[in-house]
Design a protein around this ligand. Sequence first.
Ligand SMILES: Cc1cc2nc3c(=O)[nH]c(=O)nc-3n(C[C@H](O)[C@H](O)[C@H](O)COP(=O)(O)OP(=O)(O)OC[C@H]3O[C@@H](n4cnc5c(N)ncnc54)[C@H](O)[C@@H]3O)c2cc1C
Length: 518
Amino acid sequence: MSFDVVFVGGGLGSIFSLYNLIRTADKKNLNICIIDKEISNIPGGVAYGNKLENIGFFNNPCRLSPKELIRWVYKNKVDLINFVENSNSNSFKEWVKRYKLKFLNSKSLKDLDEIYLPRIFCNFWLESLLIKSLKKIKKKNYKILFIQGEAKQIIKKKKYKILIKNPTIFNCDLKQGTIGNQINFIRRIDGQNIEYINAKNILISLGIPEPRQSISKKILSDKFYIHDLYVSGGTKKLIKLINKKKLQKKNVSIHFLGSKAGFLEALPELYFFSKKNNIKIISTSNNAETLNSADISKNNSKYKLNFFSKNNYKKIKNPDDLYKKILEEFSFAESNNYNKYDPWTIILRKNILTKIIKNFDEKDKEIYNNKYFQLIRSKTRFTFPLTVKYKNLLEKYKIIKMIKSSVKSVSQKKDEFIVETKNNKKIKSDILVCVFGPQSVMDLKINDSLFKSLHKLKIEFLNTGIKVNKYFQTVGQNNIYMIGFHANGYNPDRKTIIKAIVENSKFALKSLKNNIVN
Ligand SMILES: Cc1cc2nc3c(=O)[nH]c(=O)nc-3n(C[C@H](O)[C@H](O)[C@H](O)COP(=O)(O)OP(=O)(O)OC[C@H]3O[C@@H](n4cnc5c(N)ncnc54)[C@H](O)[C@@H]3O)c2cc1C
């Protein structure tokens, strides 16, 4: 089987790219394939999918989301509210209390600016893009195939050969149903043996890699251990596990390794759960810090940037200075009774980082990507205030304990997990959840066969990601595109990841369309 374009990963990056490709392609014949490890992840991927974690929220407000998504949400707001109201999730009920009126009464996109949406809205939007794409594909007589299976290796003969583990071919049934009930994948049993497929062009968008942290095989396979909370089914899955454990004992302890987004995500539901059940929550991490709550102060409209005013930001000439000035701006804001989030919001809205970075020389751009991007990211990660609110409540009621230390080892004794920390504490728990940060591409180059194969293709790996050009073509293989997390500099201006991927997809398509014709 041979394709003009293969999308590896069937989430946000691939579906948005597919939609724009089909909408604008003028080629006579086009043969497309989408591969995903898990067919039900198409089109929302791991973060926004309907089947996995579907009761979480965006950690950025609408203002920082792609305009295309927000326009769609605005148009469909009545159906979306109905969907949320009919759900039995406690977090959604809280969301309705907080935002329903503002959401329904909005008169323009601007009125949605400060709202944090349920992430599943993004799945519905992607569903609508996939449906439009499929209709166009039919009209233009193009072909598309969906394969469930893990892309394990890419080899280059004349074309690329993608090796797939346990492939199954799916057909897609188009239904003009209601939101959340539109797409149905039907397995086609035609006995075709497709251990591999051929591709002229490949676009790779695989989401966030699973956490680093070496855990023994025995623990990895324990049903009370969750290695990748989102891929395993998110908060819903965790609550199921707690209920299972409760059949054996009354007080269940849950230990999170890490304290950032993955930890916060589960807390609203765990808070409501803790009202009727005895649970204890522990979080161990290097700094015991969670993400900052994205709270704008009441008088934020009066805030005037100090170090990032037009006259001053032009004086910022290198990444180190940029980093220091961000910290100074935050201190300045706080000492004047504003929140850190006030200046950060203005900096983002005015695209000030982009303007500053544009003026760095090539060497400083590299230094920024390799070192300062991460430093700045760690100081400027803000999240949905509701999740932080529930963390604070759980702390107040002494249900959560935050431990500041790194993890030395993880072992198991009978039915308990034992985490030993660098400062020699031994922490026991019934359930263990790993929410540490993701593996880097350098880890993947060693641990993951797909990335090993990319390395063999002479694609360049940097500490901060795979080297790509401005069209997101991998340097070394012009017909392989990477637009997401794995690409070096995929989000240099600290846009939100979702926005960065959507923008990167548009650049990649400019080049991909040429490659398809030639
Ligand atoms: C829980 C969660 C919440 C997030 N929240 C936000 C947010 O609020 N704001 C924001 O800006 N960003 C957020 N992100 C980050 C980012 O926006 C999403 O990860 C986004 O979906 C990435 O798009 P993608 O196309 O690269 O990957 P995805 O949409 O995740 O799609 C990748 C797909 O590839 C499949 N796959 C992986 N490996 C293989 C393989 N070898 N072979 C075949 N298929 C494979 C996966 O099954 C998955 O379905 C979040 C991420 C997560 C995980």
